[in-house]
Every structure is written in C-alpha cells, then in structure tokens.
Design a protein around this ligand. Structure first.
Ligand code: VGL
Ligand code: ZN
Length: 205
C-alpha cells in the first residue's frame, strides 16, 4: 500500500506568504493530480503558537534566517509563519483536500521546532504518523510539498528511519535554497531513499 504525504502546503509557504518558498505554488496542481494514484493521502500542517521559539520575533535583537542554539539544537530563526488559526496556516485554498484522510499538525510545542511530520527536531515526541501509516498497511511513502530542504527532507529522512520505502517526488516540491535541494536529494539517496518524477506516477496523456 502506497501513501502520499503532502507536507505543509500552506499559504505562508506559497508566493506572497511570510515564509514563501520560491515557486512553491507549482506543487499544488501536481499534489492534486497525484492523489487519485495512491491508497492513502495524508497532509501535514505547520501549526505554531503565536510566540513560537523558532520565530526571530521571539528573540529580541535577532533577524530572520539567523541561527541560534535553542535548548541544545541548532535553530534557524524564521519569519513569523503558520500561526495557529491564521489564514497563512490553513491548507492552501487550491489544494484538493477531499482525499486527504488525516492531517497531522506539528510545531505546536512553543519550545521546539518540528520539521518532520513524524517527530520534533529533538526526536523526543512522535506525532503518531508512523503508527498511523503502519496501521493502514502502508509500506511505501511518497513525499511532496514544502519546503524540500526542511520539512520535506526531515519527513523523508524519518520515513526511511521508520522503515518505509521512501520516495521524494522531486517536481512536486520546491526548496528554500537550490543548494539545500541538491543536498536533500543526495542525502536521501545515500540513506536508501528514491528520487522520482511525477511522470512515473501519472498516466501519460
Ligand atoms: C518549514 C521552516 C519552518 C517547512 C516549516 O515547512 O519546510 N520550514 N517551518
Ligand atoms: Zn515552521
């Protein structure tokens, strides 16, 4: 059984959003087209309380994209984004959610960031996603969404570690940085993951 994980397809990560990923809107039509070809579709949602410690604004004197040590972990300080209940934190309006069977919210603990849909960045607390997928008989996990070099990367890495056959759909994601995208693909390949193109999953027209 194959699952499609749609990572953080939210207005704040799309052009015009507070943490816009270049070209991020291009993932939406692909995410919609891919869904009917999977046994299960799951979405994640970055869902931060207002003064989350990953926000530069929560650290007086710090600017977005600076890096600090946060409780012993390296932390990029982000612009305020995906605040619980805000318009930017909703699932993107153009994303078809009819086939999305579950939504896993992450980043809810104000003290720790959570890039992966499976665990927080300290790998301390599980979201329950791995057990949910196993309970649904899933062996193959395909990852798409935003951003390739952060939440998509860490989700795919955890999927591999959890023993799923893991595929990154490279044209159904966009990265914050081009170097980050190359590093992501190389690292996932090194760890036993697969990089695929949506054309291998969609019927030819
Ligand atoms: C993300 C930075 C901060 C992502 C979320 O979805 O990739 N990146 N929060
Ligand atoms: Zn975030």
């Amino acid at each position: 059984m194959k699952a499609l994980l749609l990572i953080d397809i939210q207005p704040d990560f799309l052009p015009g959003g507070s943490l816009a990923v270049p070209g991020g809107d291009a993932v939406v039509p692909l995410a919609n087209a891919l869904q009917p070809h999977f046994d299960l579709v799951v979405a994640t949602q970055d869902w931060h309380p207002p003064h989350h410690q990953s926000f530069a604004a929560s650290h007086p004197g710090q600017q977005p994209f600076a890096e600090i040590d946060l409780h012993g972990l390296r932390q990029v300080l982000w612009p305020v984004h995906c605040v619980q209940g805000s318009a930017g934190a909703a699932l993107a309006g153009a994303l078809d959610t009819n086939r999305v069977e579950a939504i896993f919210r992450k980043g809810t603990n104000p003290e720790i960031d959570s890039y992966s849909g499976f665990y927080d960045n300290g790998h301390r607390k599980s979201t329950g996603l791995a057990d949910y997928l196993r309970g649904r008989g899933i062996r193959q996990v395909y990852v798409a969404g935003l951003a390739a070099d952060y939440c998509v990367y860490f989700t795919a890495k955890d999927a591999l570690q959890e023993g799923f056959d893991t595929y990154l759909i490279e044209d159904a994601t966009r990265a914050i940085s081009p170097e980050g995208f190359e590093r992501t693909k190389a690292d996932l390949t090194r760890l036993g993951g697969h990089i695929v193109h949506s054309s291998s999953l969609l019927p030819t027209t």
